[in-house]
Design a protein around this ligand. Structure first.
Ligand code: F6R
Length: 610
């Protein structure tokens, strides 16, 4: 969704801002803009569409100055127009502001300001924030105090960053429940909503906390907490390389990230595996007594992370014998769930900034639950607000369609299940050792799945124009069906649906036609025959079957038009492998349909509005 970058330093900010915005493109946006304070004159340039349009608009123009802010906007309040794009300015152009998030009481504030004579030129809540800061700046003469006062009157979730014409060496930012970092360079300082925007220039950052206001000059980053006390926060060094956010030899981030899965699994596993092959979770420690306190686990997440949770639910219940509920975060809060201090709550999120997941987590905490999160982005809001964090080490995920984050999230659930089972004594030593060996073998087995790539390219070329695809499976396969279907629809725009294979005959089978593709997952040894029966049911209605089975199960071919084999494995861990051909299928179909794979229409990488 929206992205922010700001720069103060000896150089002209223009390139820092535009390159930073390009690194934030993956989050999804529909317009972009920059404002530079050129020695007392605020120059604003904004364009609808990709950053390339903004670059074209600026052309060879040199905006000058030493302080600037930039923004990518994903429209919420008002359409995609230049007037609605950020930065917004006050009426005399002496103050510019960018904003992520939403100001919930903006209508009320706008009416008050209008009554005082303020004229608005956009439909946005951001312009209201800008006018409010401007009003207080005129009264108080101090930009930090003006932002603090405006923030105290605004309701919602937001980050504000402002520059004022008469402060050519300073910018001020305020954070409330939306991500913000302040980055310390050699002779400059920056702010951003995401590490990617600053990684090229520095890896030293402060994580700005909720309620903080931060004042940046070329020489200093000064942070004030919500009680307005100047505060020292720890400087954190980011371990990622700038290359991690580049496509390298791949045509798309999605394909690169699919191929990074063995590494992501290895990295995540290695941090939680002792030399004698015991699972010792990175970031989480629990005694038998503590675990005993909880009478259930509740998993909450959105989209792909939720699909990882579906598999997590099954494996924790099966291996650790703890009851597990799961819900999508957008529903969780509104059903008044039974949560108390006997609940172990698990939030799953790649970005750690998903508004629905964050709000669900807060609700669970309010009700007394102990909160664990499975998160990829270090220092993100979900991570910071959890009692304990179990990080995935997938590395930066740039493609909007999540792939490597999903497999590392799955891995975390297997490790959690084994860890809990070990504590509770619900698993034998032999089974535990076997399970751990299976997990260690996964990276090499995923590499083996990549050998299917030429075959999948051919499948995609043959079937890319089919407009209706169903994913079916039983047990763990049903969880993967949901993820395979989501991948296909989000990158190729094909109407795809997932359903537990046994449910087909209770209604959905009415949709089967000769051109319908059914991707049937049949990797569960214990459920193989039953899945084959379900495949036969849809095949009898002329659907075209592409099946995914474990190698050796060649009997499936008699019931399928095409078959893809994954390496042999325990039933429980098959999602880590069977999802790979589905990710590749979605990718190659989208490519054949000439879709914008890394940034699908209407989608944003980090969904920071509810
Ligand atoms: C799908 C996808 C989304 C995210 C969802 C949650 O490919 O990426 O469904 O999984 O928006 O995002 P996070 O994991 O960042 O909370």
């Amino acid at each position: 969704m929206c992205g922010i970058v700001g720069y103060v330093g000896p150089n002209e900010p223009q390139n820092f801002l535009i390159e930073g915005l390009e690194k934030l493109e993956y989050r999804g946006y529909d317009s972009a803009g920059v404002a530079v304070n050129d020695n007392g004159e605020i120059k604003v340039r904004k364009a609808v569409g990709p950053i390339a349009n903004l670059r074209k608009l600026i052309g060879d123009e040199n905006l000058g100055g030493h302080v600037g802010i930039g923004h990518t906007r994903w429209a919420t309040h008002g359409g995609v127009t230049v007037a609605n794009a950020h930065p917004h300015t006050n009426m005399d152009g002496s103050l510019a502001l960018v904003h992520n998030g939403t100001v919930e009481n903006y209508i009320e504030l706008k009416e008050q300001l209008q009554a005082e004579g303020v004229r608005f030129v956009s439909d946005t809540d951001t312009e209201v924030a800008c006018m409010l800061v401007s009003k207080h700046y005129k009264e108080l003469g101090d930009l930090k105090e003006a932002i603090d006062k405006a923030a105290s009157e605004m309701e919602g979730t937001y980050v504000l960053v402002a520059v004022a014409a008469d402060k050519p060496d300073m910018l001020v930012a305020h954070r409330r429940n939306a991500p913000l970092i302040a980055a310390k360079g050699k002779d400059f300082n920056m702010v951003a909503s995401d590490f990617c925007a600053i990684l090229k220039h520095t890896k030293d950052v402060y994580l700005i906390e909720n309620g903080d206001t931060v004042v940046l000059t070329q020489d200093a980053i000064t942070i004030y907490d919500e009680k307005d006390q100047q505060i020292e926060r720890d400087l954190m060094h980011i371990g990622w390389d700038v290359d991690a956010a580049d496509k390298g030899e791949y045509e798309h981030f999605m394909l690169k990230e699919i191929h990074e899965q063995p590494k992501g699994i290895e990295e995540t596993l290695s941090r939680s595996l002792t030399e004698d092959n015991r699972i010792k979770l990175y970031g989480i420690e629990m005694t038998a007594e503590e675990l005993d306190k909880y009478n259930k686990i509740v998993i909450v997440a959105c989209g792909t992370a939720y699909h990882a949770g579906l598999a997590g639910q099954r494996v924790i219940e099966k291996v650790a014998k703890i009851p597990v509920e799961i819900d999508v975060a957008s529903e969780f809060r509104y059903r008044d769930p039974f949560i108390d201090d006997k609940t172990l709550f698990i939030a799953v999120s790649q970005s750690g900034e998903t508004a629905d997941t964050l709000e669900a987590l807060r609700e669970a905490k309010k009700k007394g639950a102990h909160v664990i999160s499975i998160v990829n982005v270090v220092g993100s809001s979900v991570a910071r607000e959890s009692d304990q964090v179990f990080y995935t080490f997938a590395g930066p995920e740039i493609s909007v369609a999540s792939t490597k984050a999903y497999t590392t999230q799955l891995l975390c659930f297997y490790m959690l299940a084994l860890y809990f089972a070990d504590i509770k004594g619900t698993i034998t030593e032999e089974d535990y050792a076997d399970f751990v060996e299976e997990l260690k073998a996964i990276p090499a087995k995923i590499e083996k799945c990549f050998e299917l790539e030429p075959f999948i390219k051919r499948l995609a070329a043959d079937y890319y124009d089919r407009e209706q695809v169903f994913f079916i499976g039983r047990g763990m396969d049903s969880c993967v069906a949901f993820e395979g279907s989501l991948k296909l629809k989000e990158v190729s725009y094909i109407s795809s649906f997932a359903i537990a294979a046994g449910e087909m005959k209770h209604g959905t089978i009415a949709l089967m036609e000769p051109r319908t593709i059914v991707i049937a997952l049949a990797t569960q040894d214990a459920l193989f025959d039953k899945t084959v029966s379900n495949i036969q049911e849809v095949r009898a209605r002329n659907a075209h079957i592409i099946s995914v089975a474990k190698e050796g199960n060649i009997s499936i071919e008699a019931h399928s038009n095409e078959t893809m084999y994954i390496p042999n494995c325990r039933d429980e861990v098959s999602p880590l492998l069977s999802v790979v051909p589905l990710q590749l299928y979605a990718y190659f179909v989208a490519k054949d349909r000439k879709c914008e794979i890394d940034k699908p229409r209407n989608l944003a990488k980090s969904v920071t509005v509810e």
